[in-house]
Design a protein around this ligand. Structure first.
Ligand SMILES: Nc1ncnc2c1ncn2[C@@H]1O[C@H](COP(=O)(O)OP(=O)(O)OP(=O)(O)O)[C@@H](O)[C@H]1O
Length: 304
């Protein structure tokens, strides 16, 4: 179980995490989502005792990381790949970690097997592909057989096979009853992986919801219509009590609308329609809408 309570982190004048509170339960994968710079890594660093909160608490099994007895047996983390000395062989790295944490060497064999590192275990980590480096990082995270696992952007840069492998592994870990907390800035990836979502923007909580509820609430259908006179169609729609928004390419979008009704309204006002149809709102779009104000704020601030 992970608990974050009123967590705040300030770097100089930058408020990276701003009074954040949420819990992460065992037995499921919880996705930690937010646009770049939202404060995900800062939160994970505080959970792992790599950074001190300015205020509030970041707890694993009720304690701050630094107060955990045998931390490797309580929590495993994949924070940044490549934290391994390049000249060190993968197996030796794991054996060294095991020995310094009083973990039996037999467990090293198990995690090598579990992560499919076998053929590469005798090779030096410096020559590893990103996919192999990720497997080694995950082997290290699993060494203490911890009930809590944190993954920071684990699929970044991986090929499709690597992505599927990590997704399957995380599902297995959650099915064993572990707490699996995984950060990403990709909603589409989370949709395939997570059971629950914590979404943050500008260091604040934007959503704490079951994945299925998020999909149901945010991913209804909408009518997309393209006309050479969008301003006039907007007026006509507004006159009929219909709210529309202008999409990225200038087409109008009407949430939950009926294409026939929109088409007839346009025809009745002599408006040309170049394209009209019913679309399903994508998860990525829903995520962008949810976090849009947070993104605008942060880019505006950086421009100052
Ligand atoms: N050590 C630091 N010093 C100063 N500012 C920092 C530091 N670490 C993070 N920040 C700032 O805090 C904010 C949150 O950063 P963080 O890395 O936690 O975001 P993130 O959600 O993990 O983003 P990304 O998806 O890009 O990794 C950003 O604006 C970042 O520039």
């Amino acid at each position: 179980m992970i608990e974050v309570r009123d967590l705040t982190k300030r770097y100089g004048r930058k408020l990276a995490v701003d009074g954040l509170s949420f819990s992460v339960r065992p037995g499921r994968i919880t996705g930690f989502l937010g646009p770049n710079g939202a404060g995900k890594s800062a939160t994970l660093r505080m959970l792992l005792g790599l950074d001190r909160p300015t205020a509030g608490r970041a707890l694993i099994d009720g304690r701050p990381y630094r107060e955990l007895p045998d931390p490797l047996r309580r929590v495993g983390a994949l924070v940044e790949p490549g934290g391994v000395h390049r000249g060190r062989r993968a197996r030796h790295h794991l054996l060294w970690l095991a020995r310094s944490n009083r973990i039996p060497a037999a467990r090293v064999r198990e995690v090598i097997e579990l992560t499919g590192l076998g053929p590469a275990a005798g090779r030096r980590a410096g020559g590893f592909s990103l996919g192999m480096a990720q497997r080694l990082g995950i082997a290290a995270a699993l060494l203490g057989d911890p009930p809590v696992l944190l993954f920071d952007e684990p699929v970044n840069g991986l090929d499709p096979e690597g992505v599927v492998w990590i997704r399957t592994l995380m599902r297995g870990l959650a099915a064993e009853g572990r707490t699996v907390f995984v950060s990403s800035h990709l909603m589409s990836e989370m949709a395939l992986t997570a059971d629950h979502l914590i979404v943050i923007g500008r260091g604040r909580l934007l959503a704490d919801t079951a994945m299925a509820d998020f999909v149901e609430r945010h991913c209804g259908s909408f009518v997309r219509v393209r006309t050479p006179e969008p301003e006039r169609l907007l007026d006509v729609l507004a006159g009929a009590g219909v709210t529309a928004r202008t999409g990225a390419d200038g087409a109008l979008e009407i949430a939950g609308g009926d294409p026939a009704a929109v088409g007839e309204l346009a025809a009745a006002h002599g408006l040309a329609v170049h394209e009209i149809g019913l679309r399903a709102a994508g998860l990525e779009e829903a995520f962008m809408r949810l976090t849009a104000s947070a993104v605008e704020y942060s880019s505006g601030e950086e421009g100052r």
